[in-house]
Design a binder for this molecule. Structure first.
Ligand SMILES: Nc1ncnc2c1ncn2[C@@H]1O[C@H](COP(=O)(O)OP(=O)(O)OP(=O)(O)O)[C@@H](O)[C@H]1O
Ligand SMILES: CC(C)(CO)[C@@H](O)C(=O)[O-]
Length: 280
């Protein structure tokens, strides 16, 4: 019987952020606020002679994940990895971070590496920052909640609140995170737009995020059309950072978003990455 380990990590929708440049990847990241969501990435890992990653979504599989391959390489292990998710990739749901956290949680168990959850997260954060696929998503998805990150990296001061009500999102398409994080002019506008306080609840999170999104200049016209429809219906909403999509909360959110695509109903996650099963 082939030995396997399976783990899950929640994704994360970032609402507003500001890049913080450190000396190395461990103190580089972002401050900001977001929601850790019930949907994420499930990763199945088995030992193999060479590393290969299969990324599966809605029955379609693609090969390769540079950040995940890098993280395995750094740990000195080779494995066959299959990641599965329901939400679209590259759409601001923090799935690269979730793929890293889920895969490394499974790898840690499968290869008896003895890493603590913080050490697993540190490896995931390093891979994210170096590949410019995220800045604060790993720190957020280490646990659940509506998250306010007050410093960069996984050891930062992070506050979490756990509202019960659902939260909704729609994706209009991908927006490669690295293209935005690599532009100094965009990063400067983002820094000026940053609202320097934490959200009180989900509705407050949506409103703070919206002010940030408008000032940052990141909103593309198609996203703006969805936000205008939300405004007309009195639904607090903003843009998924960094994706071509919209999140919204409160009564009427699901109806408005479903005019523009599949509206995902999400819950605020209660916990971070965890091992699901290991065989034998
Ligand atoms: N489900 C996944 N499984 C494995 N690798 C993934 C997965 N999602 C993303 N990645 C890796 O991360 C790279 C960049 O993803 P990107 O950061 O654009 O997407 P994301 O994390 O889904 O969205 P965002 O960071 O905008 O929230 C992908 O090219 C892929 O290599
Ligand atoms: C940069 C980012 C918006 C990409 O998802 C996220 O990692 C964050 O909030 O730092």
């Amino acid at each position: 019987m082939v030995r396997t380990a399976v783990a899950f990590s929640p994704g994360h929708i970032s609402g507003y952020f500001r890049r913080v440049e450190g000396i190395g990847p461990e103190d580089t990241g972002s401050v900001g606020a977001g929601v850790v969501i019930s949907e994420g990435v499930r990763s199945t890992v088995e030992p193999a002679r060479e590393t290969g990653v299969r990324v599966v979504r809605q029955g379609h599989a693609s090969a390769g994940s540079p950040p995940v391959e890098y993280a395995l390489d750094r740990l000195g292990v080779t494995a066959r990895v299959t990641t599965e998710c329901r939400l679209p990739i590259g759409a601001g749901f923090g799935l690269s971070a979730a793929a890293l956290l889920a895969t490394l949680t499974a790898v840690n168990h499968l290869f008896d590496l003895g890493l603590s959850p913080d050490e697993v997260a540190a490896r995931a954060h390093e891979a994210e920052v170096l590949h410019r696929t995220g800045l604060g998503d790993v720190a957020a998805s280490m646990s659940g909640g509506v998250v306010c990150r007050k410093g960069p990296g996984i050891h930062a001061d992070i506050t979490r609140i756990y509202p019960e009500e659902p939260f909704y999102a729609v994706s209009l398409g991908p927006l490669p995170t690295a293209s935005v994080l690599s532009s100094p002019a965009t990063m400067a506008r983002i820094a000026d737009a940053y609202p320097d306080r934490c959200p009180r609840d989900l509705a407050d999170f949506c409103r703070l995020s919206r002010v940030f999104a408008e000032k940052s200049g990141l909103i593309v016209p198609e996203v703006h059309r969805v936000l205008e429809a939300c405004d007309a219906a009195g639904v607090p909403a903003s843009m998924t950072m960094l994706g071509n999509g919209v999140f919204a909360c409160g009564d009427g959110a699901e109806q408005v978003l479903s005019l523009f695509g599949e509206a995902y109903t999400l819950r605020v996650a209660r916990r971070g990455a965890y091992l699901i099963e290991a065989k034998p």
